[in-house]
Design a protein around this ligand. Structure first.
Ligand code: ADP
Ligand code: ADP
Ligand code: ZN
Ligand code: ZN
Length: 805
C-alpha cells in the first residue's frame, strides 16, 4: 500500500530524532538518523524493525497528516493510528511502501499500478493512427476508450473481461443421475437459500425425488433457465420436530440466480464458486481483446493498444526510447502538435519504464494481472512508479525491496534509491540483504532477539562500526556465508521433469532425497518450474507433494496462527475438560471465537472492528467491548491453570512453550514454530497482521508437525518459493537447518531462492536463464554449489563472489 502523509515540519538539524518510542516491543528507545541519506534498519525477524520504521516513524507522520485534514476525527484517529512515541523532531512527510499484505484488486494490472497505462492511453488518443473512416465518424477517441476498465472502453458483451460465462445444464447439474433431493442442482447455494429454492419447487408440484434426467425436458429447462419469477407460499419441508412456518418465497431459475449473484457479489470466494458452475469462452464480440471495436482500430507504431499492452516492458521500453529494433520512437502521424504531444508523453513514460526494467521487471507486460505478481515484484513496481510522482522532501520507508531479486539485480535498487535521495528525499530501508546494508549511509540495528528479547537499538551509526560487533547483524556483516556443504547427499531416487510452459523449456532429472535450490534472475522461470510444473510432475509420479507459497493463510483476523496450525483445537479441549466448563455444560465449541455462543457479539470474535474513515480505508481499531479479547465475558470466567482462553491467544510462541511444556501435542506444534524462528508471534495474531514470509514459515511449521519420528510416513516432495523473504541471515540458518532435517528424514526439498547463503548449502543448484521471459527458461548451470560457482552465469558469479570455502 502507498500511504502519503504530506505534512511538512522542517528542522534545521538535518536529522530525525525519535524520543521514547515504545510501540509493541520497542523498549522506550531514543534514536536519531540523518535525513537526505540512505538508512538501513536491520535485526532478526520480530526484533522490532517494522515497529520502528513503519509503526513509529511512518505512523507518526500519518497521524499528523490525518489530524491536519480531519481535526474533528481526532479521537477516531487516535484509536486507529497510535505510534506510541513521546516525540519525533525533524520529521518530514513519509511515503511508505510495505510488502503487500492485502491482495491487489482483481482489475489492477502492471499498467494501472505503475500508472504507465494512463500515459499509454493518452498516447493512443492523441498520437495514434486513426483509420480515415473512424476519424470522420468520431474524430478522436477519448483516452478512456482505450481502457477496458471504463464504461467508455469496455467491450459491452464481456464488460471488458474478455471472457463470457454461460451456465449450461451440464455445468449446473453435473450428475443427472441424482434427484433434486439428493443435490442434483449443484449450483444452488447452501444453507437457507438453497433450501428455499428446493421448497419452492416442491410447492409448485415438481418431483424432487426422481433422477434429474427423468424429468421432462420442458421442466428441466424451466428450472434452469426461465426468466419467470413466480411468488408462492412455501410450506418448508423440515425435520418433524421443527417449527413449520410458511412464508412467501420468490423463484429464480438456477441460471438467473448465478447471473445475479455474479453481478452483485463482493465476495471473491462466492464469485469463484458461481463461476465454477458456468462454461467459460473467449468473448465472441471482442475476441478476448476486452475493448470496444473502435479502440482496436487505432494504432501507435503499428500496434493496437492491446498488443502494446502485451509487450514485455523491456520491448516497450526499447520502442519508447527509440533504441529497439522497432525503430525511431516516432510515428510520423498527423502534424507537429501531435509530435510535440508524443514527445511529452514519451518523456513522462520513460523514467518509470526504465526504472522498472532496471529493477528486474522487464519480463512483465502492462496487461499482466496484479494478482499474479509476487510481493517483491509488486513492491518494485510501486517503487518505479514513484519516479513519476516527482516528490521531494519526503521520507520513503521501504520494506525489503531486495525481495525476489537475484544478487546481480540488487545494484538497481541502490541506483533507484540514490536517485530519490539526489532529488531531495530520505530513504529508510528495512532490509536483510547484507550487500544493501553495507551500502547504507547509516544503519540502525534493532535486537538482539525477537519480541520481548528485542526492541532495543543496538547500533545507530555508520555501517563500519557495526560489522564484526557481537550482534546477529554484526556477525552476518563480518562473515557473509556459512561453509559450503562439501559432500552432497546421495539421491535416493529420481524424478524426471520435462516441462514446457510459458517460456520454460527444461528436461532435467531431480534427485529424490536431496536438497535442490533453483536459482536465476527474475523472470527466468523459477516459479513456473517449481510451483507450476513440479507439483504436477511429482503427483503424476505418485509422490506426495507439499507446495508452500507466500499466499496469506487467510484474509480475515479470524484465521490466526493458533487456528491455522491446529494447535488451538487441543487448547480448546483443555478448557472444555475443566470442571468449571463441564459443570456449565460447555463443549469445545464454546471456546471458539468463531462460534456465536462464546464470541464477543460486538466484533463477532475478530477482536477488532473496522473504523469508517473515508480518507483511511481499511482501518481497524480494537473492539471497545472485549478490548481485543474476542470473547464474551462469561466465556472468560473459565480458566485453565489460571489463564483464560483469551490469555492463551495473547501469548507469544515463546511464552506458550513454557505454559504448555507438559502438553505434548501442543508443545510439539509450538516446537516447530520455534524451529522456524517464529518465537515472537502471538498465537492470536490474525492473518492480516502476518507478512508473506511469516505466512510461509507458518505453513512450513505446520508441515513439519507431520514429520515426527514415525517410520510409516509417506516421503514428501516439499516445494518452496523464496522462503527466506523477511529473514535475517541468522534466521536463514535456522530455516536451512529445518529444511535439512526434512531431507535427512527422507524427504525431497526443492526451493526457489536468491539467497546465496541457502544455495551454498544445497546438494544441488539448478540455475535457470540466461535472461528473463523469452530470454530465460533454460537450464544454464546445474551441479553442486561448488560446480555452479565455477559457471559463467549470474548465479555462478554471485556464488563465487560470496562464498568462502
Ligand atoms: P520485525 O519488523 O523486526 O520483524 P516487528 O516490528 O514486526 O519486527 O515486530 C516486533 C514485535 O511486535 C514482535 O514481537 C511482533 O510479534 C509484534 N507485532 C508485530 N506486528 C504486530 C501487530 N500488528 N500487533 C501486535 N504486535 C505486533
Ligand atoms: P521467476 O520465478 O524466475 O521470477 P516466473 O516463473 O515467475 O520467473 O516467470 C517466468 C516467465 O513467465 C516470465 O516471463 C513471467 O512474466 C511469466 N509469467 C509468470 N507467471 C505468469 C502469469 N501468472 N501470467 C502470465 N505470465 C506469467
Ligand atoms: Zn468482449
Ligand atoms: Zn469484541
Amino acid at each position: 500500500m502507498t500511504d502519503r502523509a504530506p505534512l511538512t515540519e522542517h528542522s534545521s538539524t538535518g536529522r530525525i530524532t525519535v524520543e521514547d518510542a515504545h510501540l509493541r516491543n520497542l523498549r522506550h528507545v531514543d534514536v536519531s538518523l540523518p535525513r537526505d541519506a540512505l538508512v538501513a534498519v536491520t535485526g532478526v525477524s520480530g526484533s522490532g524493525k517494522s515497529s520502528l520504521a513503519f509503526g513509529t516513524i511512518h505512523g507518526e507522520a500519518q497521524r499528523r497528516y490525518l489530524e491536519s485534514v480531519a481535526p474533528f476525527a481526532r479521537r477516531l484517529i487516535a484509536g486507529a493510528v497510535d505510534p506510541q512515541v513521546t516525540a519525533i523532531h525533524g520529521l518530514p512527510p513519509t511515503v511508505a511502501l510495505e510488502q503487500n499484505r492485502t491482495g491487489a484488486s482483481a482489475r489492477s494490472t502492471v499498467g494501472t499500478i505503475s500508472t504507465i497505462s494512463n500515459s499509454v492511453r493518452l498516447l493512443f488518443s492523441r498520437c495514434g493512427d486513426y483509420p480515415a473512416e473512424l476519424r470522420r465518424r468520431v474524430g478522436r477517441l477519448d483516452s478512456d476508450s482505450f481502457s477496458p476498465n471504463t464504461a467508455a472502453g469496455m467491450c459491452p458483451t464481456c464488460q471488458g473481461t474478455g471472457t463470457v460465462h454461460t451456465p449450461t445444464e451440464r455445468t449446473m447439474v453435473p450428475d443427472p443421475d441424482l434427484s433434486i433431493d439428493d443435490g442434483a442442482v449443484a449450483a444452488w447455494p447452501g444453507a437457507w437459500q438453497g433450501k428455499n429454492f428446493h421448497d419452492i419447487l416442491v410447492t409448485l408440484g415438481y418431483r424432487t425425488d426422481v433422477p434429474w434426467r427423468e424429468l421432462p425436458a420442458a421442466q428441466r429447462e424451466w428450472i434452469l433457465f426461465t426468466d419467470e419469477t413466480p411468488v408462492v407460499t412455501v410450506h418448508p419441508v423440515r425435520g418433524a420436530h421443527q417449527v413449520q412456518r410458511t412464508y412467501r418465497g420468490t423463484w429464480r431459475s438456477v441460471s438467473a440466480y448465478l447471473r445475479e449473484t455474479l453481478a452483485s457479489t463482493g465476495s471473491e470466494s462466492t464469485r469463484r464458486r458461481v463461476l465454477s458452475f458456468m462454461e467459460h469462452a473467449v468473448c465472441p464480440a471482442c475476441g478476448g481483446r476486452r475493448l470496444i471495436p473502435d479502440a482496436l482500430k487505432v494504432t501507435w507504431q503499428g500496434l493496437t493498444v492491446d498488443r502494446l499492452n502485451a509487450l514485455s516492458l523491456e520491448d516497450l521500453c526499447d520502442r519508447v526510447t527509440g533504441t529497439g529494433t522497432a525503430g525511431t520512437g516516432t510515428t510520423g502521424t498527423a502534424g507537429p502538435a501531435s509530435a510535440e504531444a508524443e514527445r511529452l508523453l514519451l518523456n513522462q513514460l520513460t523514467p518509470t519504464l526504465t526504472a522498472a526494467v532496471d529493477l528486474g521487471l522487464g519480463h512483465l507486460s502492462l496487461d499482466r494481472a496484479a494478482t499474479t505478481l509476487s510481493a517483491g515484484e509488486l513492491q518494485r513496481l510501486r517503487l518505479a512508479s514513484q519516479l513519476h510522482s516527482g516528490l521531494f522532501g519526503v521520507v520513503y520507508v521501504l520494506d525489503e525491496p531486495s525481495a525476489g531479486l537475484h544478487p546481480t539485480e540488487r545494484e538497481a535498487v541502490l541506483d533507484l534509491v540514490r536517485r530519490f535521495i539526489r532529488a531531495g528525499n530520505s530513504v529508510i530501508l528495512v532490509e536483510h540483504d547484507m550487500s544493501l546494508v553495507a551500502a547504507a549511509d547509516h544503519v540502525i540495528d534493532v535486537g538482539p532477539g525477537a519480541g520481548e528479547l528485542g526492541g532495543e537499538v543496538l547500533w545507530s551509526g555508520p555501517v563500519e562500526g557495526l560489522a564484526g560487533a557481537d550482534t546477529p547483524t554484526g556477525r552476518a556483516l563480518a562473515a557473509p556465508l556459512p561453509r559450503r556443504c562439501a559432500d552432497p547427499r546421495p539421491a535416493t531416487g529420481s524424478l524426471r521433469v520435462r516441462g514446457t510452459r510459458r517460456n520454460l523449456d527444461v528436461d532435467i532429472t531431480l534427485g529424490l532425497g536431496q536438497f535442490t535450490v533453483v536459482t536465476g534472475v527474475s523472470g527466468s522461470g523459477k516459479s513456473t518450474l517449481v510451483t507450476g510444473v513440479l507439483p504436477e510432475v511429482a503427483a503424476a509420479a505418485g509422490l506426495r507433494t507439499d507446495l508452500i507459497t507466500q499466499k496469506p493463510i487467510g484474509r480475515t483476523p479470524r484465521s490466526t496462527l493458533a487456528t491455522y496450525t491446529g494447535l488451538f483445537d487441543h487448547v480448546r479441549r483443555l478448557f472444555a475438560r475443566t470442571p468449571d466448563a463441564q459443570q456449565r455444560g460447555w463443549t469445545v465449541s464454546r471456546f471458539s471465537y468463531n462460534v456465536a455462543e462464546g464470541q464477543c457479539p460486538t466484533c463477532h470474535g475478530e477482536g477488532t472492528i473496522e473504523v469508517e474513515l473515508v480518507f483511511l480505508p481499511g482501518s481497524y481499531t480494537v473492539c471497545p467491548d472485549c478490548r481485543g479479547a474476542r470473547y464474551r465475558p462469561e466465556t472468560l470466567e473459565v480458566t485453565w491453570h489460571g489463564h483464560t482462553v483469551a490469555d492463551i491467544l495473547g501469548l507469544t510462541v515463546a511464552q506458550a512453550r513454557e505454559v504448555f511444556a507438559d502438553q505434548p501435542r501442543i508443545a510439539a506444534a509450538l516446537e516447530t514454530l520455534h524451529a522456524v524462528g517464529l518465537d515472537y508471534l502471538r498465537l492470536g495474531q490474525g492473518a492480516p497482521e502476518l507478512s508473506g514470509g511469516e505466512a510461509q514459515r507458518i505453513k512450513l511449521a505446520t508441515e513439519l508437525q507431520r514429520t515426527p519420528t514415525t517410520r510409516r510416513r509417506t516421503p514428501t516432495v516439499h516445494l518452496l518459493d523464496e522462503p527466506t523473504t523477511g529473514l535475517h541471515p541468522a534466521d536463514v540458518d535456522l530455516l536451512v537447518t529445518e529444511l535439512c532435517r526434512l531431507v535427512d528424514a527422507g524427504d525431497t526439498v526443492v526451493v526457489v531462492e536468491h539467497d546465496m547463503r541457502v544455495a551454498a548449502q544445497a546438494d544441488r543448484v539448478v540455475d535457470l536463464g540466461p535472461g528473463a521471459g523469452a530470454e530465460g527458461g533454460r537450464v544454464v548451470a546445474d551441479g553442486t554449489p561448488a560446480e555452479v560457482a565455477g559457471a559463467a552465469t549470474a548465479t555462478g558469479r554471485a556464488l563465487a563472489a560470496s562464498s568462502r570455502v
